[in-house]
Design a protein around this ligand. Structure first.
Ligand code: SF4
Length: 477
């Protein structure tokens, strides 16, 4: 290959970064010294640009360029769209999530076509925008609209694009292989920085000209032929187009394994083989299942749902889908959320006192941990039963009740500290604490340390309403 093999993200040490910094310990980056900054840079907690002497002073130009090169992700990060709703795709540092962290969750685009009536277009785009799901405190959404030219008519396509652009700020994907049709649409919306989908072996030059003229990212399509894909990328890079995305083809049913093998090989070559030509975001198109019109709708939806899930797990950086039904999309936005959370940091909520309904001085007091999944499950069970109560959220560093008890993070002492800090002793006149069933073994120590009487609650928060009905107020209270 002739190029020095770049160190992987796990092999880079703070010293590798430190040696290229100015090493003056001036503190302009907000850190006490250059080594502290280098450690944060290597963990991707801060961008290297925060060292302003490095990024601004001429004498450090070469060192800055070298640092940018060694910190560049294996898969280039590309921005589609503008403003708040713009999406970043790619930017992957590693192949496997457990190696570090995946950045830039796979955006999901839903298609519309230029042969839909105005009402259909508006209704569908509104449904795309309106799809939201609250999951452990985060709002999960769809991200983009893919406008397909099924008419192959430049005026129709432009008109559809204009209507869509008027009613949504979501980033757009313009889908046609016809450069004349693409040009007509781009003239109308190039300022929105849409993704041009797509260049292939027949149209690459015209599509490249459009990408350069309008400064928009370009998708490169080669159906199942990775050598052709690589050669197209090389040609386009030499032609001057730098923001590329790769679509190696998505084949449903019997083509499923070929699809996953191709995606895996491309990502492996980018992350492990230092193959610059494969270091671009991958586009998966689960909506290809709809090309088979002979199967019932539900079967096609089911196929689209599992194909999308497989592609989220296997390296797709952007998906184009068709179905708008919740049961197809919901598992995928949740899967995406879970894959793209940092495995080094449990998803947590702020510790402290939560008040539900209108509790008074006789209302129940419970506690749980600040693991987000636990907290939102408890919250949902309390709210759906309209219970007036206090809930103390104990800081366990985002661990669940069972894990934090086993790891001695949730102890009688942490519960005692949380009670004191919460101010609950001024809010109720009783001293009864309902603890999660999974923390039952702490009950004796909690009683000793806090002076509160412990009632061991259910192991699962869904049992809270029945538990309270039977046990609250406690006898003798
Ligand atoms: S701004 Fe740069 S030179 Fe100054 S302390 Fe930070 S890393 Fe070191």
């Amino acid at each position: 290959m002739g190029e020095a093999v770049k160190k992987g993200v796990r092999e880079l040490s703070p010293l590798d970064i430190y040696m290229l910094l100015p090493r003056t310990n001036c503190g302009k980056c907000g850190e006490k010294n250059c080594m502290a900054f280098a450690t944060k840079v290597v963990n991707r907690e801060v961008p290297v640009e925060l060292c302003t002497p490095l990024s601004e002073e001429e004498k450090y130009r070469d060192a800055y360029a070298r640092l940018r090169e060694i910190l560049a992700p294996a898969v280039k990060e590309i921005v589609i769209g503008v403003g708040e709703k713009a999406v970043k795709v790619g930017g992957k540092l590693i192949m496997y999530r457990h190696e570090f962290t995946y950045y830039n969750p796979t955006p999901i685009a839903i298609d519309v076509t230029d042969e839909m009536s105005e009402n259909e277009l508006i209704e569908r785009v509104k449904r795309i925008e309106g799809f939201t799901y609250n999951y452990i405190g985060r709002t999960l959404r769809l991200d983009m609209v893919a406008v397909r030219s099924t008419s192959n008519d430049p005026l129709k396509f432009r008109s559809a694009i204009e209507k869509v652009a008027k009613i949504t700020n979501l980033p757009l994907i313009l889908c046609t292989f016809n450069p004349d049709v693409m040009k007509s649409a781009l003239e109308a919306v190039y300022e929105r920085r849409p993704l041009i989908y797509a260049a292939n072996k027949d149209n690459w030059r015209q599509m490249a000209d459009l990408a350069l003229m309008y400064n928009c990212p370009l998708a490169v399509f080669s159906q199942g032929d990775l050598n052709l894909l690589s050669s197209l990328v090389k040609t386009l890079l030499e032609y001057g187009v730098e923001d590329l995305l790769l679509d190696p083809g998505t084949f449903p049913e019997e083509g499923l394994s070929e699809t996953l093998i191709n995606f895996t090989m491309i990502r492996r070559n980018a992350c492990k083989g230092n193959d610059r030509l494969m270091g671009f975001p991958l586009i998966g198109v689960p909506m290809t299942v709809w090309l088979r019109e002979d199967a019932p709708k539900e079967v096609l939806q089911w196929r689209e749902a599992y194909l999308a899930a497989m592609l989220i797990a296997r390296y797709a950086d952007l998906l184009i889908m068709h179905s708008l039904d919740g049961w197809v999309l919901l598992p995928n936005v949740i899967l995406r959320f879970n894959i793209y959370t940092d495995p080094r940091k449990p998803v947590s909520v702020e510790p402290g006192l939560r008040i539900f309904g209108n509790p008074d001085e006789n209302s129940p007091v419970m506690f749980t941990t600040n693991y987000a999944l636990t907290y939102f499950t408890v919250e949902s069970d309390i709210k759906s039963a309209n219970i007036d109560c206090y809930l103390i959220v104990v800081d366990t560093g985002g661990l669940s009740v069972e894990s934090s008890v086993a790891g001695r993070i949730l102890t009688a002492q942490t519960v005692a500290d949380a009670i004191k800090k919460s101010g609950i002793e001024e809010k109720v006149k009783h001293r009864y604490l309902i603890i999660p069933g999974l923390a039952a073994r702490l009950s004796g120590e909690i009683e000793e340390l806090t002076g509160w009487r412990v009632l061991v609650g259910p192991r699962d928060s869904s049992g809270i309403p029945a538990f309270l009905k039977e046990k609250w107020p406690p006898r003798g209270a």
